[in-house]
Design a protein around this ligand. Structure first.
Ligand code: ATP
Ligand code: MG
Length: 233
């Protein structure tokens, strides 16, 4: 087992001085490669805030974040950009695809930004399209896809550069149960196969048994909750 994501006493407050509102007080967490975690907690408890810090999109007010054994330097925009491009993959509530590009072009743009060579990029796109059942959608624009198909494209986009950490903030919130379950199954399968650490935020407790670990956030801290995962799975 190797720890790919570690936070030590992470804290975050919004605002300054008397107006400072603590959201995260002391979040300490270790996630191993290949581990599928779900993060739950009431609305406003800080799930998006935590995911944004783990994804190097938001600077914490205190504590440390280590990715692949190295402490993240939140003072360096260049270092943060590099981590996001090479180590991190994101899936959001709404897929946020570029509407004027086809599915394939949406992936190609991100792959080029990540610095993938043409041949390697073609190989990754072909493989992910096939795994995620998107081959027939390649040439279509996002508005011709269903919500579940769009989220599958978002997963392909997040996995394109083989990130070691995959973060998903309520990826099923806009989907019905069947499509939502399918998207979570695919996220877990893709993360397992790539041995990426996965953290998914959801309000849907029916999905919890699919994950290796259930993390719950309350009063600014993250606690481990016994998993409901059946052993055979
Ligand atoms: N940019 C911001 N400026 C000030 N306060 C903020 C900001 N972003 C979030 N907050 C506050 O921080 C708290 C946590 O917000 P966050 O979005 O992390 O919660 P959440 O657990 O993701 O909630 P939800 O389940 O509704 O998405 C909330 O009280 C929110 O109002
Ligand atoms: Mg949120």
């Amino acid at each position: 087992m190797s720890t790919v994501l570690e936070c030590r006493k992470l804290a975050k407050h919004y605002g300054e001085g008397d107006l400072a509102e603590p959201v995260l007080r002391e979040v300490t967490l270790h996630v191993q490669r290949g581990e599928a975690c779900v993060l739950i907690g009431p609305s406003g408890s800080g799930k998006t805030t935590l995911l944004s810090i783990l994804g190097c999109l938001l600077t914490p007010s205190g504590g440390e974040l280590h990715i692949a054994g190295e402490r993240v330097n939140f003072g360096s925009l260049r270092a943060l950009g590099e981590l996001r491009r090479t180590r991190l993959g994101f899936v959001f509530q709404h897929a946020q695809l570029l509407p004027f590009l086809s599915v394939e072009e949406n992936l190609r743009v991100v792959g080029r930004n990540a610095g993938l060579e043409r041949v390697a990029l073609n190989g990754r796109i072909n493989m992910l399209m096939q795994r995620l059942g998107l081959e027939a959608m390649r040439g279509k624009k996002p508005d011709k896809l269903s919500g579940g198909q769009r989220q599958r494209v978002a997963i392909a986009r997040a996995m394109l550069h083989e990130p070691s950490i995959l973060l998903a903030d309520e990826p099923t919130a806009a989907l019905d149960w069947h499509n939502g379950e399918n998207v979570v199954d695919m996220l877990i399968a893709q993360a397992r196969e790539a041995r990426a650490a996965l953290i998914v935020v959801t309000h849907d407790t029916r999905l919890l048994p699919k994950f290796d670990r259930v993390l719950s956030i309350a009063d600014g801290c993250v606690k481990e909750t016994p998993t409901l995962k059946p052993h055979a799975n």
